[in-house]
Design a protein around this ligand. Structure first.
Ligand SMILES: C[S@@+](CC[C@H](N)C(=O)[O-])C[C@H]1O[C@@H](n2cnc3c(N)ncnc32)[C@H](O)[C@@H]1O
Length: 476
């Protein structure tokens, strides 16, 4: 072809090398790990942050970069349901046909556009640069086109377009607006009861990052000591709780490093306290935690037991988790024992304990604030898988406690199939031999514990995980 016969060249844009942005690259890597390897964001992030700091140096990747990377990962995962609905409106094929790495770049971009104050042009150009680095130029064009469509409206504008009206389908509306699977919205609402305002507050509380809460283990540390830390505030309900209101780095707190204090949600503290506060006739010497791993409640119970001259047996099925319990209890001021044992085939004698905690394995739907990806992983089938184990462990607890003693059945899920249904089923088999007792007076000063006799805590009402506790006395 001669020079003259060539079609005139379009004035192309000068080639610009994509900016390698360590924050977005790290966020993308974390999302891929969560997606591809079923990793947990809270476990994947710390090593990635460490690696980035080492590679880039502390000046090029500082605390603000780490905070932004963390927020991008957590925010994108939490709001995934909403962002998927928006992205689906902007691509011309079903989302399942979009390559997962492309979808991750789009979701990260959608979060920057709709869920942060990052200016639109910066959010789009950072996402397109990321796409060029991790996906290649061709797919970066697709990312650019989709993000430009997303940038045409703000979050409220998109929600009006993609969420079905509340009056037509309240659960679907809430699922899209507050980014929860529909079945989780239904389950939480069934347990919470009430109207629209309460469930909306709860779902939004699930989308907030929880404060870091410490427990001063009685006899080993004091709240006064912990309150000397920067941004520390007293707990709302537990006399042993201290909140680090600006995130805080618990590893930097001496008492935590020395095991005299720990990181523990106030809801978990309240569960242990309520069991310890239940009145008993007769001896109060032998306490059991039958599902103790990793040991948060066991450490508080052991410290409380020590103050009363009682001994805690902490039992956990998985040996490596039993090891974590041993670590959490190390240095306890009174005697205790840690064993690895299957709670459905207990090695201890029946009726040998005065207080028993059974904090059973569950779906964790009460701790969605902590695990941003958990809501998308859980399936309704999980409930059926846990059901027989939860019943068996509660039966063990009732067999392990002496007549007159008290069992605490706890879950970090408010799902009625894991809470009241389990307790009601098992108590039916015991007839007059076991009775629910009103747990609410055991937590004096804590409001809104439900209509009783059991206790249900809520993130939007108490600032805690949605822990459930039923207290049951063995009567015969
Ligand atoms: C919800 S976690 C307990 C949390 C713990 N109480 C704490 O506060 O740190 C449930 C624990 O039960 C353990 N587990 C599961 N099946 C068990 C069984 N059959 N017997 C005893 N423990 C079991 C799990 O490994 C898990 O560590």
């Amino acid at each position: 072809m001669s020079e003259q016969s060539r079609p005139p060249r379009k004035p192309g844009k000068p080639y610009r090398r994509p900016q390698k942005d360590p924050v977005r690259l790290l966020a993308f890597e974390a999302l891929r790990a969560v997606d591809e390897r079923d990793a947990y964001a809270n476990l994947v992030l710390p090593p990635l942050l460490r690696k980035a700091r080492e590679k880039e140096g502390p000046d090029a990747f500082d605390a603000r970069d780490a905070a932004l990377a963390t927020e991008l990962v957590y925010g994108t995962l939490r709001r995934q349901g909403t962002y998927d609905a928006v992205i689906a409106e902007c691509v011309d094929r079903p989302l399942r046909e979009v390559d997962p790495p492309v979808l991750d770049v789009l979701s990260l971009g959608a979060h920057q556009l709709l869920g942060t104050r990052i200016p639109t042009h910066a959010a789009v150009s950072a996402s397109v640069d990321l796409a060029r680095v991790v996906l290649g130029d061709g797919r970066a064009k697709f990312v650019n086109a989709v993000l430009r469509k997303i940038a045409q409206h703000d979050l409220d504008g998109w929600l009006e377009r993609v969420a079905p009206p509340y009056d037509e389908d309240p659960e679907d509306h809430l699922a899209v607006v507050h980014s929860h699977p529909r079945w989780v919205v239904s389950a939480l609402w069934d347990s919470l009861g009430g109207g629209r305002a309460g469930i909306e507050d709860l779902l939004e509380a699930d989308n907030e990052r929880p404060e870091v809460t410490l427990v001063a283990r009685p006899g080993r540390a004091t709240t006064e000591e912990l309150l000397r830390e920067d941004s520390a505030m007293p707990g709302r309900w537990s006399p042993y709780a201290v909140r680090l209101t600006e995130g805080g780095e618990p590893g930097a707190v001496d008492a935590v490093r020395e095991g005299r204090a720990g990181v523990q949600d106030e809801g978990s503290q309240l569960v242990a306290l309520a069991l310890a506060n239940a009145p008993l006739d007769g001896p109060d010497r032998a306490w059991l935690d039958g599902c103790a791993g990793p040991g948060g409640k066991a450490a508080l119970l052991a410290a409380l037991a020590a103050g009363r001259g009682a001994v805690l047996l902490a039992s956990e099925k998985q040996p490596h988790r039993a090891g974590l319990v041993a670590k959490a209890l190390h240095g306890n001021p009174g005697p205790y024992q840690v064993i690895a044992a299957d709670g459905t085939r207990p090695p201890w004698r029946p009726g040998s304990f005065d207080r028993v905690l059974m904090d059973v394995p569950c779906t964790g739907l009460g701790a969605l604030r902590r695990r941003p990806e958990a809501r998308w992983r859980r399936r309704p089938d999980d409930l059926e898988n846990f059901a027989p184990l939860q019943r068996a462990l509660l039966r063990t607890a009732l067999e392990s406690v002496r007549v007159g003693g008290v069992v605490g059945y706890a879950t970090c899920s408010p799902h009625l199939a894991e809470t009241r249904a389990v307790v009601a089923d098992v108590l039916k088999q015991y007839g007059d031999a076991a009775d629910l007792i009103d747990a609410r007076p055991m937590l004096e000063g804590v409001p809104a514990l439900g209509e009783g006799p059991d206790i249900q805590l809520w993130p939007h009402l108490h600032g805690t995980d949605a822990m459930y506790l039923a207290l049951i006395r063995r009567t015969a």
